[in-house]
Ligand binder design. Structure first.
Ligand code: GDP
Ligand code: ZN
Length: 356
């Protein structure tokens, strides 16, 4: 029986992982809250407080191997109690991590197994195409599928022009324009959060992430934050649940670590901007010129003239390559399941999904 687990996104990939890693008296579980030293996990039988097995903690030579919110784990409940032990972390479909300073630089996973990541920008005077690009690269590295959200549409004087600019760099990634303050366009994002699909919202501070999250949670918010253990007594946490179920059955992951990921700019090495190359590229004969020997390529001309540095162009092309790679992920076999679920929710919406 895995009906409850499936509601939380349990699928073949994780079931296979569990079958390979299971131990005596263990069950599959998903981490929904990370506390200071403990976690809250959901299982088929209910919610539990979970500690990391000493063995796992000490065998784990890398911080990145420690459990994070969204992880599926091998969990052993204590007999008759609403607590237990995490024995192992199952292979992840995607990860968002940040670098933590320590004796040596280490990677800390802040959220795992996110299917859809909404990359939010605000269309006010702070809007930056370059930043959208960097977030696209971040998403590509995470393994989750991005959706670009352009919020604060009410503050944009040139909506159509901006949309065209974003389309040029988006490489087929879906783009949504929203006004979260007035709840316009936000509910359309639910099509990417069908039953069992995990989403997260990423972007700089102040762009409207919290507003969007609250809109997505709608009136269910209080219910979802009310965490109870399955026998109704014992564990009760008042802390904000970091993985919550939406009215659509989609799952939203919002951890402090995800919120801090906005700081990744400047620590990542792709903060370089390529305005100059894009400026030159507007003079290429073909609008979709890849600057790889096409006739009438202004970028090639600039290289020949010495106006443009070859290494710089390679960096730029690497960046574009990563963005193109992630848009191809939409078509890859591994994402069939995801697409099937998205389709399901989309057609449910067409049949008149009740908007909160
Ligand atoms: P976060 O830091 O990304 O979580 O941003 P918040 O959700 O806290 O929003 C920052 C501010 O922007 C708040 O004052 C919101 O009311 C405002 N805001 C959010 N969405 C919109 C919008 O679509 N238009 C306008 N004008 N303001 C918005
Ligand atoms: Zn060119």
């Amino acid at each position: 029986m895995t009906a409850r687990l499936e509601k939380f996104g349990y699928e073949k990939f994780f079931a296979d992982g569990f079958a390979a890693a299971r131990l005596d008296d263990s069950v599959p579980a998903r981490i929904v809250i990370r506390h200071k030293t403990e976690y809250t996990v959901i299982t088929e039988a209910g919610d539990f407080r979970a500690a990391i097995a000493g063995k796992l903690r000490f065998q784990t030579e890398k911080v990145a191997h420690l459990p994070a919110v969204g992880d599926w784990v091998v969990f052993r409940p204590n007999a008759g109690e609403s607590s237990g032990t995490i024995l192992a972390v199952l292979p992840r479909k995607s990860t968002f991590s940040r670098r933590v300073a320590g004796q040596e630089e280490a990677e800390q996973v802040v959220a795992a197994n996110i299917d859809t990541v909404f990359l939010v920008s605000s269309l006010d005077q702070n809007f930056s195409l370059r930043r959208v690009e960097r977030y696209l690269v971040l998403a590509a590295r995470s393994g989750s599928l991005p959706v670009i959200v352009l919020n604060k549409a009410d503050l944009c004087a040139s909506l159509e022009e901006t949309l065209i600019e974003v389309q040029r760099i988006a490489g087929g990634v879906p783009i949504h324009i929203t006004n979260a303050k007035r709840n316009e366009g936000v509910q359309d994002l639910l099509r990417y959060l069908g039953p069992g699909i995990s989403g997260a919202v990423l972007g700089p501070s102040g762009v409207g992430k919290s507003t969007i999250i609250n809109r997505l949670l709608g009136h269910e918010k209080l219910k979802t934050q009310d965490v109870r253990d399955y026998d109704g007594k014992g564990v009760h946490t008042t802390s904000h649940r970091e993985l919550v179920m939406l009215p659509t059955g989609g799952l939203l992951i919002d951890t402090p670590g995800m919120r801090e990921l906005q700081l990744w700019e400047g620590e990542d090495g792709v903060e370089e901007t390529f305005d100059d190359i894009e400026q030159i590229a507007t003079k290429c004969r073909f609008r979709n010129c890849r600057h790889q020997g096409e006739p009438g390529c202004a970028v090639q001309q600039a290289l020949d003239d010495g106006r443009l540095d070859g290494a710089r162009l390679r960096n730029y092309q690497k960046l574009l390559g990563e963005i193109a790679y992630q848009s191809r992920q939409y078509d890859s076999h591994a994402r069939e399941e995801y697409k099937r679920k998205v389709k399901k929710i989309t057609s449910a919406q067409k049949r008149g999904y009740k908007k909160p």
